[in-house]
Design a protein around this ligand. Structure first.
Ligand SMILES: [Zn+2]
Ligand SMILES: [Zn+2]
Length: 140
């Protein structure tokens, strides 16, 4: 991956650029990520919030409690509905970028799979990732 890297929602109303090397990359198989992504899991690139510049005015934010009880949010384009970002309100210094929204998602390389306790039988996980039954012990 080349820094900076960029991405956008499906309709292009929201674009972003990130100036930092990712802190981590992973897949989440919790039921909320399944529902909000429309498929078996969500794939995210975790970056420092300060390194991300978002352009566009119609970013919608939905907050809820994760299965673990942590307050989380998911951001999406209110015009086309594309999931773009997610995070934990307790750790505002980090933000997760939804991998498929990147202009070049091919460099995404997950190191972990979390919440595999609710993973779908039709989801093929890489044998190379570290697996966690639920959340990470210290999750951003
Ligand atoms: Zn859009
Ligand atoms: Zn999740």
């Amino acid at each position: 991956m080349n820094v900076p890297y960029s991405g956008r929602c499906a309709c292009g109303a929201i674009t972003y650029q990130c100036e930092a090397t990712p802190i981590g990359m992973g897949n989440c198989h919790c039921r909320d990520c399944q529902r909000s992504s429309g498929t078996s899991h969500t794939s995210v690139v975790v970056v420092p919030s300060a390194s991300l510049t978002i352009e566009g005015t119609n970013l919608q934010r939905y907050e809820s409690a994760a299965d673990s009880g942590t307050p989380v949010y998911r951001s999406f384009c209110s015009q086309c509905g594309s999931p773009l970002f997610a995070g934990n309100t307790k750790f505002p210094e980090f933000i997760s970028i939804k991998a498929a929204s990147l202009d070049d998602p091919s460099w995404f390389q997950p190191a972990i799979d979390i919440w595999i306790s609710s993973a779908q039988p039709w989801c093929l996980m890489s044998p190379e990732t570290e697996k966690f039954e639920r959340d990470l012990p210290m999750s951003p």
